[in-house]
Design a protein around this ligand. Structure first.
Ligand SMILES: [Zn+2]
Length: 132
């Protein structure tokens, strides 16, 4: 499955890229450090630089997405399509909000909006709070 998704995104399949993609698949949402730890559990020979470069390539091809939190922490997300996140106020954790009504509302609103002098690429919505 991961090989198919890499190929469909136009990414040349290598063992390193498959390892990075599968690490993020198992984590769902993760920081670069968490992905590096997961990859290197099974493949310690894959360098941090390779993992960072691979994640950048995945983001730029739309295979995965990157989410910035309030505290400027970066998370990678196996799901590239726009969706709303719940973010811990200490920036330690994010997860999908799973509020389709809100996501549809945002999508519908953005369809009808025109901001002069600005071309919108995407909308990122993070609901910040404390998990109980
Ligand atoms: Zn997500």
């Amino acid at each position: 499955m991961s090989i198919t998704r890499l190929s469909k995104a136009g990414i040349k399949v290598t063992p390193q890229r498959v390892a990075v993609f599968e690490a993020l698949m198992s984590l769902g949402h993760a920081s670069a450090d968490e992905i590096i730890n997961k990859v290197q559990e099974h493949a310690p020979y894959i360098s941090q630089a390779t993992i960072y470069n691979t994640l950048d390539k995945f983001v730029h091809t739309g295979l995965i997405s990157r989410i910035a939190t309030d505290g400027n922490k970066m998370f990678f997300d196996i799901t590239p399509d726009p969706h709303v996140h719940l973010c811990a106020r200490d920036n330690s954790f994010i997860t999908d909000a799973n509020i389709p009504e809100l996501e549809q509302l945002i999508a519908n609103f953005m369809l009808g909006i025109n901001i002069p002098g600005f071309n919108l690429d995407r909308v990122q919505v993070n609901l910040v709070g404390q998990f109980t």
